[in-house]
Design a protein around this ligand. Structure first.
Ligand SMILES: O=C(O)c1cc(=O)[nH]c(=O)n1[C@@H]1O[C@H](COP(=O)(O)O)[C@@H](O)[C@H]1O
Length: 274
């Protein structure tokens, strides 16, 4: 999928919502625990309920790896289910990988061969050869961490450089030359919305993955005001705020309501800023 196709899907649904599948066994409703794969059963219900409002799903690998071998099976079943039932929906494996070229090549194959997912989140701090293998797959994306939503973003990303600017700006400015706006996206936390104005000067055309609305307190309105471009250019993620809206038997309906609420705000913001 390229940027134009992604934008077409955003326009069709009037939503730029990414639902984060950060599925924690301890937080899913008890009645699901008895089945053979409770995580998959939960994800399937969440996906079926939220698909009308979402253009993207983002399973975070940590939540699957925590369950060992079974976790990897739940992850695979989830992405295969989305592919089969909702082939238009973009899938990001939130794995935050990044290693020497020879190793990154294996990570890229693990996620992209067999069309498992469309994109993988990557840490850029080991440089070009960590990202390059992910750019060798047609239609696939590297999602590079730029300015993250966590308080500790101040430790490195927000460091001022002697040459001027912040380290995250250098990361964006350098790495944008490695690929194009059709295969590189940047992560910018919604809690950093005001910095989006400067980021848009560096990458006016790139898509940005923006987590941090909902549970982390970021403002959707500010994200759209400072970050939207001509092709929307935003995928805004919410995980806990949607998938754990309720932990009774009506959890999927509650998730759908939260997703619909966000999508309706997004529709208004598309009208206002696009
Ligand atoms: O790469 C990410 O997705 C990510 C980057 C970032 O800066 N902040 C951030 O919260 N995330 C991820 O986005 C999701 C946010 O989840 P909620 O806070 O529950 O909506 C989690 O999977 C985080 O790991």
């Amino acid at each position: 999928m390229n940027a134009e196709q992604l934008f077409a899907r955003i326009e069709a649904k009037r939503s730029f919502l990414c639902v984060g599948l950060d599925t924690d066994m301890n937080k899913i409703p008890r009645h699901l625990w008895a089945g053979d794969d409770p995580v998959f059963a939960f994800n399937r219900a969440i996906v079926d309920a939220t698909a009308p409002y979402a253009v993207c799903y983002k399973p975070n690998l940590a939540f699957y790896e925590d369950n060992g071998e079974k976790g990897w099976v739940s992850f695979r079943r989830t992405v295969e289910y989305i592919r089969e039932r909702y082939p238009d929906i973009f899938i990001i494996a939130d794995a935050k990988r990044g290693d020497i070229g020879n190793t990154s090549k294996m990570y890229a194959r693990a996620f992209f061969s067999g069309n498992l997912v469309d994109a993988v989140t990557l840490s850029p701090y080991m440089g070009y050869d960590t990202v390059e293998p992910f750019l060798q797959f047609d239609g696939k994306w590297a999602v590079i961490l730029a300015l993250t939503s966590n308080p500790s973003a101040a430790d490195f990303e927000m460091q001022r450089l002697e040459e001027g600017g912040f380290l995250y700006e250098k990361v964006i400015d350098t790495s944008k030359e490695w690929g194009t706006a059709d295969n590189i996206m940047y992560v910018v936390g919604a809690t950093q919305a005001r910095m989006l104005k400067g980021i848009r000067e560096l990458v006016p055309d790139h898509f940005l993955l923006v987590p941090g609305v909902g549970a982390q307190g970021g403002s959707l309105e500010e994200v759209a005001r400072f970050g939207m471009n001509r092709q929307c250019g935003l995928l805004v993620n919410s995980s806990r705020g949607i998938i754990y809206a309720d932990n009774t038997e009506r959890f999927a309906n509650a998730a759908a309501e939260k997703a619909a609420e966000l999508a309706s705000q997004m529709s208004e913001l598309l009208t206002k800023y696009l």
